[in-house]
Design a protein around this ligand. Structure first.
Ligand code: PEP
Ligand code: MG
Length: 588
């Protein structure tokens, strides 16, 4: 038995047989052909390119149909690369001049280019390297008669399969839409990268960034995937497998019960309403969120519209999208976060100068304030759409009061320009900020004078407070919201907001984790924004607790000094309140 950890992307528990997908790193033996057969190899290459192009276009169309036009734009980069003579001509030259077979030529040229991109160091070039390797796989699949994936051979009987891959591209992830796929695990990848977005939409547990899973697994091995906690168990003992099966069953029963309450209110036993809103990246998520009875959108990560496109979306397109979102919400609140680019989120088309420390670099609102034409275009679209519903605007990664003021002034300035041009713009749009930098949390009282509302982003707040990269497995044990310093920061932010009657919400991943629901209520939060699919289970906790008990719990755990102690106390309490799920680690 091997127990591994990674980044949880989509929740739930699954058990199934491992199905290892072909590894993109695999290199072919170098084969050559005599001069008279070289043209034949060039012809084969051209036929393979045409077939790959067709396959790519078909995948694009399917994703567009299933996930909408924004997600489908991911494929446009691949389509452009596939037609790029800078990639294809050197491959042909390898055949004509060095006599390589078509497959060897593709393997060498594409691997060299990917290697060159990787060596450039920054995330944007690593993404390009992945695109190149994805294409390589496609073309080799055509040339060597391999299938893109091995799903066609998955037997109809048995528990189904857990797909394991070193690295998936968005195209691979989209191809996993198959009723025998029970879960997906990859070695590379972060929670918010493109592949994870597509994989999460499959509706099965997904864990990415799970180091060593390929080396540790073999086809047919029993694999447990806990997509809630980011845990993977390879060849579990019978006892462990049984405990996970029991937990899976409990979760399924609980999910079915909680879903029946989608139309009911999120109110505690003593009558306090806890507003539950959804975090979304794409507009297509809104109907699902409404089905779960969400009060609105507490975090709309607008950068994904830019990330899935090769070029910056124009103002009219953005206005249309934002209006669509507001209309779909039919009067419910939409908290739109302005562009949060930078760090791990770069657009493909922007040739950004690599930074030595991108998470501490030019990202989010800092980037927007230094790239005002792009920022202004977004703000114009946001304001033009504002008349279509109940909008709030929120700036990410605000570090100083001056920065917030500057961003707000810019927004006012853009509103004035629009009115001068004859556009209608809503009045009194609340303008708030993410609290996700320790300086902002510590200085929350000052920010509460200038911001209309706060949304606490614990994903980044944890990373910056405990100095741990949220995507780095080697220090993942230090990355936890149960750190006493984090709890103190959250409490001081809710207090500062309360003193000025400013609404405060939380939109980091802990809002989706039932382990923390009571604690967050106890720390003063009355509004949570979370992964839409997890709203029913969080609401179930809300409906079973009293605020006073939550406050007592919060008082008790904030007095503790260790993460372990805090987590233990929270899990014990959860087990009492929600015995159907039990503490999340009871199977481990
Ligand atoms: C956060 O940092 O907590 C957050 C919600 O923003 P993101 O995950 O997009 O960085
Ligand atoms: Mg953040």
């Amino acid at each position: 038995m091997r127990e591994l950890t990674g980044n949880p992307v989509a929740p739930g528990v699954a058990l199934g047989a491992a199905l290892l997908l072909e590894q993109p790193r695999e290199r072919l033996a170098r084969r050559t052909v005599p001069p008279e057969r070289r043209q034949e190899q060039v012809d084969r290459l051209e036929a393979a390119l045409a077939a790959a192009l067709e396959g790519l276009q078909a995948d694009r169309d399917r994703v567009e149909q299933d996930l909408g036009p924004e997600a489908a734009q991911i494929f446009d980069v691949h389509l452009v690369l596939l037609k790029d003579s800078a990639l294809i001509e050197p491959t042909k030259a390898q055949i004509r001049e060095d006599g390589l077979t078509a497959a060897s030529a593709v393997s060498e040229t594409f691997a060299n280019l990917a290697q060159r991109f990787r060596a450039m160091g920054s995330q944007v070039f690593r993404d390009k390297a992945r695109d190149v390797l994805d294409l390589e796989k496609r073309i080799l699949g055509q040339l060597l008669g391999r299938t893109q994936d091995r799903l066609a051979n998955v037997p109809d009987e048995g528990e189904g399969v857990v797909v394991i891959a070193y690295e998936l591209t968005p195209a691979d992830a989209a191809a996993l839409q198959h009723d025998r796929v029970l879960a997906v695990v990859t070695e590379l990848g972060g929670r918010t990268d493109h592949t994870s977005i597509v994989a999460a939409a499959l509706g099965v547990p997904v864990v990415v960034g799970c180091a060593d899973v390929v080396a540790q697994s073999q086809d047919g091995d029993t694999i447990v995937v806990d997509g809630t906690r980011g845990k993977v168990v390879v060849r579990p003992t019978d006892e462990k497998a049984e405990r996970y099966r029991a937990r899976r069953q409990r979760l399924e029963r609980f999910r079915a019960t909680a879903a029946t309450r989608d139309g009911e209110d999120s109110v505690t036993l003593d009558g306090t309403r806890i507003s539950l809103q959804g975090n979304i990246e794409f507009i297509r998520e809104i109907p699902g969120l409404l089905e779960h009875g969400a009060d609105g959108v507490g975090l709309y990560r607008t950068e994904f519209l830019y990330l899935t496109s090769d070029t910056e979306p124009d103002e009219d397109t953005l206005t249309e999208r934002y209006s669509e979102a507001l209309q779909a919400l039919d009067g419910r609140q939409l908290t739109l976060r302005t562009l949060d680019l930078g760090a791990d989120k770069y657009t493909q088309a922007m040739a950004l100068v690599p930074e030595r420390n991108p998470f501490l670099g030019l990202r989010s609102i800092r980037w927007c304030l230094q790239n005002q034409p792009v920022f202004r275009r977004q703000l114009r679209a946001v304001l033009r759409a504002s008349i279509h519903g109940n909008l709030r605007v929120m700036f990410p990664l605000v570090t100083t009061v001056g920065e917030f003021r500057q961003a707000r002034l810019l927004l006012n300035d853009v509103a004035q320009d629009l009115r001068d041009e004859g556009h209608e713009v809503s009045r009194d749009i609340p303008v708030g900020m993410m609290v996700e930098v320790p300086s902002a949390a510590i200085q929350a009282a000052s920010f509460a004078k200038v911001a209309d509302f706060f949304s606490i982003g614990t994903n980044d707040l944890i990373q910056y407070t405990v100095a741990v990269d949220r995507g780095n497995e080697r220090v993942a044990n230090l990355y936890t919201a149960a750190n006493p310093a984090i709890l103190r920061l959250v409490r001081s932010v809710t207090k500062a907001a309360g003193r000025r009657q400013k609404p405060v919400s939380i939109c980091g991943e802990i809002a989706s984790d039932v382990t923390y629901t009571m604690l967050l209520i106890g720390l003063g939060l009355r509004s949570l924004s979370l992964v839409p699919a997890l709203i029913p289970r969080v609401r179930e906790v809300v409906r079973r607790v009293r605020v006073e008990d939550c406050e007592n719990l919060a008082r008790r755990v904030t007095g503790l000094e260790s993460e372990r102690g805090i987590l233990r106390a929270l899990r014990e309490e959860l087990e009492r309140v929600l015995p159907e799920i039990g503490a999340d680690d009871d199977a481990t």
